[in-house]
Design a protein around this ligand. Structure first.
Ligand SMILES: C[S@@+](CC[C@H](N)C(=O)[O-])C[C@H]1O[C@@H](n2cnc3c(N)ncnc32)[C@H](O)[C@@H]1O
Length: 225
């Protein structure tokens, strides 16, 4: 009986130690500094840069902060490694995607047609310290995407709205099973992209939901395995 109680106590102690060890590690400053989450963590400098980009963004091209946070969360929670952004403008959404990719060990390719915006985007990505994670390509995404190698785990589309269906059809074959295709402005600019919405909502290979972290709306389409 004593032997049984002793082994039960040792077993329980083992379980408690095992259960506590990750939390104990997370509290150690050295572990916190090198944990994957801290590598992608927001800093006051990046927060201030993001505010600055939105302040000078007279054309109000950048996604809202809520949508930016959602992009980061999607990359991180999907564990996405290969991320494509179509329509990068001055880098606002690219920074949020890059923060997520920093946590997953992934890479973002952000394509922007306008030369001035692409230059600003690349400079802002550098200022955020994300130049090793986010690559800005200046050019027409219809011409640039076929030049990229490999498949995509997550695609974020935020270019000219009437082009959405064509972009979806171009990228869908290169989206991995379990990958996510996200499109911006599906609520506030719905009328400009009806053919795209009909395509994704009726697609047998996708599971789609419309969400609205801010007020503009995003479609999330999961490629069924
Ligand atoms: C709404 S803005 C993108 C904002 C950006 N996603 C952000 O949140 O910071 C749309 C951008 O798509 C770009 N664009 C439109 N058509 C494009 C194309 N075919 N290839 C690359 N960029 C394109 C425009 O030049 C514009 O800067």
């Amino acid at each position: 009986m004593h032997a049984f109680l002793l082994s039960l106590a040792i077993g329980l102690a083992g379980v408690i130690l095992t259960a506590q060890s990750p939390a104990t590690q997370a509290r150690s400053p050295q572990a916190a500094a090198s944990s994957p989450a801290s590598k992608g963590a927001m800093t006051p400098a990046i927060e201030s840069l993001l505010r600055e980009i939105r302040t000078v963004d007279k054309g109000q091209l950048a996604v809202s902060e809520e949508d930016g946070r959602f992009l980061r969360l999607m990359v991180a929670t999907r564990g996405a490694k290969s991320i494509l952004e179509i329509g990068g403008a001055s880098g606002y959404s690219g920074i949020w995607l890059g923060l997520g990719a920093r946590e997953t060990g992934g890479r973002v390719v952000s394509i922007e047609y306008d030369a001035q915006r692409a230059k600003e985007g690349a400079a802002n990505i550098r200022r955020a310290g994300l130049e090793d994670v986010v690559r800005v390509i200046q050019g027409d995404a219809f011409a640039e995407i076929p030049k990229l190698q490999g498949t995509f785990d997550l695609v974020f589309l935020d270019a000219w709205k009437p082009d959405y269906k064509k972009f979806f059809e171009m990228v869908y074959p290169r989206l991995v099973p379990g990958g996510v295709f996200m499109a911006h402005n599906v609520v506030n600019k719905r009328r400009d992209m009806e053919p795209f919405l009909q395509t994704i909502l009726g697609h047998p290979g996708l599971f789609t939901s419309i969400v609205s972290p801010g007020s503009e709306g995003m479609s999330l389409s999961y490629k069924v395995r």
